[in-house]
Design a protein around this ligand. Sequence first.
Ligand code: BTN
Length: 226
Amino acid sequence: MEIVFLEEVDSTNDEAKRLPFKHGLCVVARKQRAGRGRRGRSWLSEAGKGLYASFILERLNLPIVSVAFGVAVLKTLKELDNRFYLKWPNDVYIEGKKVSGILVERTKDRLVVGVGINLSYGKEELQNLEKPATSLSAEGIEFNYNTLLKSLHKNVLELHARLKEGSFNPREFERECPLIGREVVVVRENERFRARALGIDTDGALVVERDGQITRLFSGEVSIRG
Ligand code: BTN
């Protein structure tokens, strides 16, 4: 498995778009100057405090791709601790706090899967973020950077191969996502409503029931009703 290690970069996703295409190549940096999150947000990217990795993969035009890679990241983290779970569309949480996020992007010739995992940020450093967040160290979880990266690399490649052959099943996500089957609050664009989360469909949409009507959500924020 080939890995390009960088001391510093703007964003590993951007570097993964600039490099010549090579399926499976992983770009990792110790620090990102402009780490990016979903929905135009930034991603905390201080030197050595997180795992910032992007994978160059053969392009797949399946809408479920971005949801599916959450399963690969979850599998990696569950090797360290069994309490991790998924939150649609592809965040990994532990005890109500986000520990990892994924930014999937496409160019003409490739899929770039960018994974950020908070490793050793202290609780105070994660306090002013938009969502409650944590890190492996803050949760008392021990890890080895190289082992974690190797396992992530393997799981991402395996998941890509399964997506390609059509053997990925959205149930794999549902099983690990406690939102499913619960009353949730959906926030998207200018609306906010209560609904029941029913499941994830083959396009990766979150299917919810609202006043007897079925709605498929492709983006937005969903949280368990407080
Ligand atoms: C999110 O939850 O909003 C997605 C966060 C994705 C962050 C990772 S860190 C490595 C890669 N490079 C980036 O600029 N973003 C992704």
